[in-house]
Design a protein around this ligand. Structure first.
Ligand SMILES: [Zn+2]
Length: 240
């Protein structure tokens, strides 16, 4: 039996998106240089100190001045603090670790059929513009006995979303994280997202969706398994 759960009840209609599930099925495998490193070192950040919070507030004040605004006017007085706190929250995934997150939630169930959690809402910031991109992730794996609590799949998506990201890397990181903690037969992740840097500026194409996928193990090697996953992702649940 295949386990399918849906994380939302909004019934959003995929067919209205301009990018259909035209997936680069083999385009995103595990082996790609990780742009999350600098000079070969992981840049995974340290928690934000009070000092850097103040520095961030100063930077926001500078931005406001550069925009010709008056940071001292009433509506903007608390803006630097608000922005700094919002940025801290939106990047809080840097201070989380995969180990802490899945701790105590891995079970030896002897379950060997596909587990899919679809429609996991995600909000992230693109690292090129620091503008939001948002959408949904669908995450599946086929266990080798070991399963992880379903909510943890959503938490993994959340952890990697709350960092400065590009959608391709986010997709791959989620897949590799599940591969790492469960060593399953395979992992498949599809992310559909709309980027504010495309909608609000640049080409200004609201309503366009970017679809990325990462397939590992049997999802990459076995086209039947991949097709089953993709058809489950396409199908619109009408449970609610
Ligand atoms: Zn961008």
């Amino acid at each position: 039996m295949t386990t399918v759960s849906s994380n939302t009840n909004n019934g959003a209609n995929l067919s209205s998106s301009t990018a259909d599930l035209d997936l680069r099925q083999n385009g995103m495998t595990a082996i790609r240089p990780d742009r999350n490193t600098a000079y070969g070192e992981s840049t995974t950040a340290k928690p934000v100190s009070d000092e850097s919070q103040l520095a961030m507030m100063d930077a926001v004040r500078t931005m406001l001045l550069s925009l010709g605004e008056d940071p001292e006017r009433e509506g903007l007085l608390k803006t630097p603090k608000r922005v700094a706190e919002a940025m801290r929250f939106l990047t809080s995934g840097y201070s989380q670790s995969l180990d802490d997150l899945v701790n105590n939630a891995i079970f030896d169930e002897g379950h060997n059929e596909m587990v899919l959690v679809r429609d996991i809402n995600l909000f992230s910031l693109c690292e090129h513009h620091m503008l939001p991109f948002m959408g949904r992730a669908h995450v599946a794996y086929i266990p080798k006995q070991r399963v992880v609590g379903l909510s943890k799949l959503a938490r993994i998506v959340e952890m990697y979303s709350r960092r400065l990201q590009v959608q391709e890397r986010l997709t791959r990181q989620v897949a590799e994280a599940i591969q790492e903690v469960l060593d399953p037969q395979g992992v498949a992740v599809v992310v559909e997202a709309s980027h504010m840097c495309m909608s609000m500026r640049g080409v200004q194409k609201p309503g366009s969706w970017t679809v990325t996928s990462a397939m590992i193990g049997c999802f990459q090697e076995d086209s039947k398994t991949r097709e089953e996953f993709l058809s489950l992702v396409r199908h619109q649940p009408s449970l609610f």
